[in-house]
Design a protein around this ligand. Sequence first.
Ligand code: SER
Length: 619
Amino acid sequence: MLTPNELRQKYLDFFVKQGHKIIPSASLLPENDPTTLFTSCGMQPLVPYLLGKEHPLGMRLTDSQKSFRSNDIEEVGDNRHTTFFEMLGNWSLGDYFKSKQLPWVFEFLTSEIKLDPKNLYVTVFRGNKNINIPRDDEAINIWKNLFKSVGIEAEVVDGAEKKGLGNGRIFSYEDNWWSRSGIPDKMPIGEPGGPDSEVFYDFGADLMIHEKSRFKAQKCHVNCDCGRFLEIGNSVFMEYVRTEKGFEKLPKANVDFGGGFERILAAINNDPDVFKTELFQPIIRKLEDLSGQKYEGFENNKRPFRIISDHIKAATMLAADGVFPSNKDQGYFSRRLLRRSVVYAKKLGIDKNFLSDLIPVVTKIYAEVYPEVKKQEGTIQKYFSEEEERFRKTLNHGLKEFEKLITDNLKKISGKQVFDLYQSYGFPIELTVELAEEKGLDVDFVEFEKEKQKHQEISREGAKQKFSGGLADQSEQTTKLHTATHLLHQALRNILGEHVKQSGSNITPERLRFDFSHPEKMTPEQITKVEAEVNSVIQKDIPITMEITTVPEAKKAGALALFEDKYQDKVKLYKVGYYSVEVCGGPHVEHTGILGKFRIKKEEGIGRGLRRIKAVLES
Ligand code: SER
């Protein structure tokens, strides 16, 4: 059986053989992308290149990208959903298209990792009259020939969602279309997307999985939710971009393939439970030790085991990229992951601090491929233990609050009460429901949902304002602020010292936000000095140059080695005269004179040893 590391390597090697260059995973925190909090799929860090910018490593790339989907926090608990996962990618930036890419996917799955082709089913785009794009017959024919080559006559079914599986092997669906915002109608202007083709693995040809599921009244088909089929990969034929006028072809057609690393491993195991793979089993075994409970064979235990092992892993991976628990932005999700872990651990009978024991297990799983995680183990343990300590107190306090709600004639816990427990004490709904059940009480879910929606609307409004920058925004103002970020970085190093290192950056047309390592609050004098230095570089109207070079050359040039692990081969080096040298994807302005007046608006702490500056350019 392949280990996770072997599978990842086999995948990368296979695509290297087909002329691809390996790019390392980008951070879970998007850089210079104001539109989103997390890297949630493989294409995110590559958006500028998919839109037509030249990539320093060429037109064929392959990678395994760390991804985090915060929307799925409450989905975790079944055998397949996780918030953190890796996406195996192969990318054609205007190079090959369907007729090359689909055969490679098929060859990798059937010859390299030896999945039985009989267990593979595929889907394609059914077409959409409104946008004048027809059914993807080209993909259908390619798949037919591929299946034929292994002795399978592949039948095509349109409408399996109503008719069921039948004898089909290739299915067309309306929503076989991929963009970060979903189907064509939902795409904002400027967003790239296109028809896609998904590969599913069949775990239960005898229909046992469907018939045992709560979906048994409906017909089973590859896209139903019963759990018999698991999507393991998706090839997006990204050839369109939404414009004011509708859909237009991108200057070059791309392919974006994303393979679910955990899920492919589950397919190799021929067991649909991704938590049974070695990407989770070490954590589950440690939890078994800590709780004295068992995962296998105890259905009621599975959900808490899965939730804790997913959440602690996700929180650890996020922390390694700079996200620690807080009430703000990404930190809020870290906090939720850890709190939910503590609550579910209570269900397994773990009442003492345990997060710190699990972290080394997580870092060990990823030590070889993401050494940055292992390196930060001690710091992560420290922060998480502090968070756990505090939360246990809150939780106990919340339990007391819950007890106070219980009066003699209470029949039903109101939606507002459930929401308050959820909001103020981090009580997941399940916990309130369970406690209520123990006391023989009902819970007003309808009102709870209303309360929650009200709250979500408020936070959405906030988010809209904050991320008003638009998609992969490369407006003039954003570009100016991006250049100003390089100047700020250098000025901070000159004035505070060489220990200053960028830990995050987010730019909207209104302001830049720069996170960096520094142990204490900056004094007003230091702030004034930094501003003055940046403004003097602006006034000198220094030209900015870009060259494509290698990592060793970039280091020799004294470049800030921030992104040194980003590309293994060629990198773009941006120089602001002799003042600042940084490896960066761009874009930047041509000379500093046009930036205007740089002003720091705010300097604040965002966790131990980390500071955040918000700054603007005034005209
Ligand atoms: N972008 C596609 C997805 O996330 C394929 O990588 O499914």
